[in-house]
Design a protein around this ligand. Structure first.
Ligand SMILES: Cc1cc2nc3c(=O)[nH]c(=O)nc-3n(C[C@H](O)[C@H](O)[C@H](O)COP(=O)(O)OP(=O)(O)OC[C@H]3O[C@@H](n4cnc5c(N)ncnc54)[C@H](O)[C@@H]3O)c2cc1C
Length: 301
């Protein structure tokens, strides 16, 4: 296994919901370089993107980290599957795709807990900037953001019955759950457009964004270590990902032998890497624009 180093201004680990947005926004600085790393691969336009197929995706151990809980005493010792997305798009490649804002008081609680500027009003402005709802322009909904949000194309009669029951039992009225009143019964909007999943990564890592010289995306890049110097994260170490396997949620005994703990699908463990270089990194920033899979251990700073 060989090692090589490259330097970037920003490194974002994980091209999921948070990472894809962050890398997209950072790459708006033309004079700064941003590296986006993900252990998974690109999320292709395949059957797994269709609206009813998320359970299919949960069985795909390429796209799913396929964590499992420890045996649950409250469930007669059963182990429970905990799907998490492993692809560009993160858990958004296999989640339900429901779009529901949180309650305003929850966002205000962030600020009360010390996150100055993170409150319901800031969240509202962010939602307006993100959303492109098919419900049309409204004061409280965004209609020209990058993320397309659609009403469910074929709502069932059962869902109407449930919504009516909510009203009948006096919990509140039917209305827009992202409107002025939070406690209403509503069908949530989704990220499915004409039955096809459009992830946050699709919305923020468009062809135009990917073409930026300031952005490099590496898939199949499992970050095995964040390099901390003087209490500050200064780099990341990447190794090629080991074969897909079920992994328990409990911490593995060694970061270099993550598969040995798998009770379901044991696979050979990765060899420990050589000691990483300690001198300053000097390899120039890659100008490659296409996502590539690293073949050996790499160090990014
Ligand atoms: C089954 C399920 C259903 C859900 N349903 C909904 C829903 O309907 N609506 C909703 O709003 N939310 C839903 N969620 C929650 C939502 O998907 C998450 O809150 C969101 O994806 C979290 O974003 P994130 O960026 O923190 O993580 P993720 O989106 O999971 O992204 C993390 C990324 O980091 C990568 N990564 C992890 N470790 C490494 C490493 N060591 N090296 C390199 N890359 C790494 C992963 O491969 C992944 O791509 C659901 C979640 C699950 C699991």
């Amino acid at each position: 296994m060989s090692t090589a180093s490259q330097e970037f201004d920003y490194i974002v680990v994980g091209a999921g919901v948070a990472g894809s947005v962050l890398a997209s926004l950072l790459s708006e600085y033309p004079d700064r370089s941003t590296l986006l790393l993900d252990a998974g691969q690109e999320n292709p336009l395949d059957i797994g993107r269709s609206q009813g197929a998320f359970l299919l995706t949960w069985g795909d151990t390429e796209k799913n980290w396929a964590y499992q809980t420890v045996p649950q005493p409250g469930l007669a010792g059963r182990v429970v599957d905990e799907p998490r997305g492993r692809a560009v798009g993160g858990s958004n490649v296999l989640n339900i795709g429901a779009w529901l804002r949180g309650r305003p008081e929850d966002y205000d609680a962030w600020e009360q807990a010390g996150a100055t500027g993170w409150n319901a009003e800031a969240a509202r402005r962010a939602f307006l900037a993100i959303e492109a709802t098919d419900r049309g322009p409204a004061d409280l909904r965004g209609s020209d953001g990058p993320l397309r949000l659609n009403d469910i194309a074929t709502p069932t009669a059962l869902s109407d019955t449930l919504l009516d029951a909510y009203v009948e039992y006096g919990f509140g009225a039917r209305g827009d759950s992202d409107g002025a009143v939070a406690d209403v019964a509503d069908r949530y909007q989704t990220v499915f457009v004409d039955g096809v999943r459009h992830t946050v990564a699709d919305a923020y890592l468009t062809e135009e964004v990917r073409a930026r010289e300031s952005l490099t995306i590496r898939v199949g890049a499992h970050v095995s270590r964040v390099i901390i110097e003087d209490g500050r994260a200064v780099g990341a170490e990447v190794r090629p990902r080991s074969p897909a396997s079920k992994m328990p949620t409990s911490a593995p005994a060694s970061p270099w032998a993550p598969c040995s703990c798998s009770p379901k699908a044991p696979v050979p463990c990765a060899s420990p890497p050589p000691t990483p270089p300690t001198g300053p990194s000097s390899t120039p920033v890659s100008s490659a624009r296409k996502a590539t899979s690293p073949a050996s251990s790499k160090r990014y700073a």
